[in-house]
Write a new protein. Structure first.
Length: 446
């Protein structure tokens, strides 16, 4: 069985610059090197403590499924102060109870309601996009998805003042970016400090809006959270609603932006695939239903392939609460554990030419994702598996179909966006694309 001494004796071969910097520089290369040197469990020096990197789908699956209940969520160390009591940061019976209540806000019926609001909201947002060469797609998408989140998640209680919208957006970014902070206490001007202020701003903002959200009795997520209950009649307190809203807005915002931005990149490199999915988008009616959006097989393959190539959440965090073993390797109690979902997406044992954009690998004839239950796991697994998966899928499809019917875009041959991996991955150059409006189609769908 594992012990602290065997763990300490397991020598890490990570460069002296340390795990955090190696990760930020190039997470996939780090994961590959660790897997080659150590196998499925690798010790990596990180701020505070050595972290166990769990690599490959067998080991990732074992930790996520958590058969012997050796792991709890490990996010508290990374983003605890900022996403305090969000669902992903809860454990055990309390997590199950909150998850049951929260699921009531994401039933099929509710998602249909959000989708009906989503379509016109995306159309409105895209009105402000102008064709241009060097159009910075990533920041435009980030603003768009935040606006959508405040409309779909907050309904009538939206942020009217653009300066306030900017402050809220900044607060989210600051909270998310704290995950990669090397100095993990607030010093004026540092990341931790900005995130602490960001959290306080979000709490104030949502607490102020909560009475209106409750009284409105609306069908947006905020209003719904003030009244949903589980089958035993358990409900959220006001503070629970605020905590869940902060986490949900974050969870929905950056991950969706990441998927759509990755799709804009790969479709921008591949005009053939872009035309293929555009044809599907053009065949949709003006206000597609959830069912119609779910019946777009080419777009479905493209989205899965983009989430394989750039997993919006490349790693999920756990902490061992007792001595345990994963894939035969010891992990002692107290070890911070990084479940490396992204590596599994690139292992040649499970994928043909994993570096290549090849959506057909998800076609019924190939289904490479079935090579292992955890070969493709962008939404995680086990009790913390993404609760917003179905909603996110609809949001991504709505966004991409509207983009495809309004614009054609390309990126220069050979262009590879430089990525930040401080927290969730994003292109630091803003993903410049050559964006051209499609005027004839624009009139048809708007
Ligand atoms: C492409 C989009 C998305 C991706 C790739 C994604 C990925 C993930 C992953 C990997 C986890 C598991 C974290 C863990 O195991 O510790 C997770 C959890 C979660 N996600 Fe998502 N997510 C996405 C969109 C969304 C959206 C749109 C929402 C809300 C509407 C959402 C809400 C949540 C919640 C509430 C949890 C915590 C579940 C729990 O702890 O029980 N996500 N997500």
């Amino acid at each position: 069985m594992a012990s602290a001494s065997t763990w300490v004796r397991a020598k890490s071969k990570v460069p002296v610059i340390g795990g955090t910097l190696a990760y930020m520089h190039d997470p996939l290369t780090l994961m590959r090197q660790l897997y080659a040197r150590h196998g499925p469990v690798a010790p990596v020096p990180m701020p505070g403590a050595t972290t166990a990197f769990v690599l490959g789908p067998d080991a990732c699956g074992a930790v996520l499924q958590n058969g012997d209940k050796a792991f709890v969520n490990g996010w508290t160390l990374l983003v605890g102060p900022f996403f305090h009591r969000g669902l992903m940061l809860l454990d055990g019976a309390e997590h199950m109870q909150h998850r049951r209540i929260l699921l009531q806000a994401f039933t099929r019926e509710r998602i249909e309601g959000y989708t009906a609001a989503l379509h016109p909201a995306v159309a409105r947002e895209l009105e402000s996009w102008q064709g241009a060469s060097g159009f910075r797609a990533y920041p435009a998408l980030k603003t768009l998805t935040l606006n959508l989140a405040t409309q779909i998640f907050m309904g009538g209680h939206r942020i009217g003042d653009p300066a306030e919208l900017d402050r809220v957006n900044r607060a989210f970014i600051d909270c998310v970016q704290a995950a990669g902070a090397i100095v993990r206490r607030a010093v004026p001007g540092n990341r931790w400090y900005r995130a602490t202020r960001g959290r306080a701003l979000l709490e104030r903002f949502l607490t102020d809006q909560l009475p209106a959200a409750r009284d409105a009795g609306g069908n947006d997520v905020f209003s719904v959270l003030t009244r949903v209950e589980d089958e035993d009649g358990a409900r959220f307190s006001d503070m629970d609603v605020v905590n869940h809203m902060i986490f949900l807005l974050m969870a929905a915002h950056d991950t969706t932006t990441s998927t759509v931005s990755t799709a804009m990149y790969y479709l921008g490199r591949d005009p053939e695939w872009q035309e293929r999915v555009r044809a599907e988008a053009l065949a949709l009616g003006p206000d597609p239903t959830v069912r119609q959006l779910n019946e777009l097989p080419d777009l479905d393959m493209v989205i899965r392939e983009c989430q394989r190539l750039v997993a919006p959440v490349p790693v999920v965090a756990r902490q061992a609460v007792k001595d345990t073993e994963v894939a035969g390797r010891p992990i002692p109690a107290g070890t911070q554990t990084a479940v490396c979902l992204q590596l599994s997406h690139y292992l040649p044992e499970y994928w043909t030419r994993p570096e290549t954009f090849d959506p057909e690998r998800f076609s019924p004839a190939r289904r490479e994702d079935r090579s292992h239950r955890f070969a493709w796991a962008p939404f995680g697994g086990g009790v913390h598996k993404c609760l917003g998966m179905a909603f996110s899928d609809i949001e991504v499809r709505t966004l991409l179909t509207q983009l495809l019917t309004r614009f054609r875009w390309s990126v220069p041959a050979g262009y590879v966006p430089p990525m930040s991996n401080v927290s969730l991955p994003f292109p630091t150059d803003g993903l410049p694309v050559d964006l051209r409006a499609l005027p004839a189609v624009r009139t048809r769908t708007s």
